[in-house]
Design a protein around this ligand. Structure first.
Ligand code: B12
Length: 207
């Protein structure tokens, strides 16, 4: 079996001890880091999501797959980072309060970093006040939400930025599986992107 296929299966089956070695083998075999991420890691996590939705997987299985994917991402991260170029723009990014889903947010951070953005990762379960505190030092605020129960925090955060007098200073971009373009407009964000590559394209145009 080739390394890309083996990596896809190892993530789906949550074999965290195996994913770093297989990731390295794929890289040694000449697969580009971005190709591994877009064509192996993200589709593997999509399969996990579909199994969760069909109730073939439950939270423990999803969690081990998520960890297996993170172990692979840790190897790709330095390879995707841009080297020594002047930053395109700066962004502080986090998953909103009440939400601990971090894989998509981490991917967007990495891909933006690779495209030359200066990225501050605020982590997960980030309250509006933390985004507000970060806003004065960056060009963009990025918010991720994977749950319909957490996405309203995006609107709360934008209102908190207005109250702090910072709304005109930063551009706000939102994304994540719970967010649609309509929802993004409704909460008053400046931009929405469906995935990491679209985020690079849109934010580079806006920078
Ligand atoms: C992995 C996962 C988990 C893992 C998270 C592990 C981790 N460390 O991140 C664990 C097991 C912890 C988990 C827990 C829960 N989960 Co969960 N989880 C998922 C799952 C299966 C996959 C998410 C994922 O990683 N996808 C892969 C990444 C690559 O995709 P992504 O996140 O969408 O990101 C891409 C884009 O959206 C975009 N993007 C993301 N963020 C941003 C930000 C910006 C600014 C931009 C521009 C773009 C962008 O770019 C990314 C890269 O292309 C989804 C199912 C799904 N279909 O999404 C459910 C899902 C999100 N979970 C769900 C639920 C309900 C839960 C729990 C409540 C379950 C429970 N009963 O305990 C808890 C909630 C915990 C909490 N408070 O947050 C629901 C949410 C339902 C809803 N409509 O609200 C989902 C949709 C499953 C379902 N259908 O029921 N989960």
């Amino acid at each position: 079996m080739d390394a890309s296929k083996a990596l896809n299966e190892a993530i789906i089956e949550g074999k965290m001890s195996e994913t770093p070695g297989i990731t390295q083998a794929a890289l040694d075999g000449g697969v580009e880091p971005a190709v591994l991420m877009n064509e192996v890691l993200i589709p593997a996590m999509q399969t996990v999501g579909e199994r969760f939705e069909r109730q073939e997987y439950f939270v423990p299985e999803v969690l081990v797959s998520a960890r297996a994917m993170q172990a692979s991402l840790a190897i790709l991260r330095p390879l995707l980072a841009a080297s020594g170029v002047e930053a395109v723009a700066s962004i502080a990014m986090g998953t909103v309060k009440g939400d601990v889903h971090e894989i998509g947010k981490n991917i967007v951070c990495m891909v933006l970093e690779g495209a030359g953005f200066e990225v501050t990762d605020l982590g997960v379960d980030v309250p509006p006040a933390t985004f507000v505190a970060a806003a004065s030092g960056v060009d963009f605020i990025g918010m991720s939400s994977l749950m319909t129960t957490s996405r309203d925090v995006m609107g709360e955060t934008i209102r908190a930025l207005e109250e702090a007098g910072l709304r005109a200073k930063v551009k706000v971009v939102v994304g994540g599986a719970a967010v649609t373009p309509e929802f993004a407009r409704m909460v008053g964000s400046d931009a929405y992107a469906r995935d990491a590559n679209e985020a690079v394209r849109i934010l580079t145009e806006m920078a």
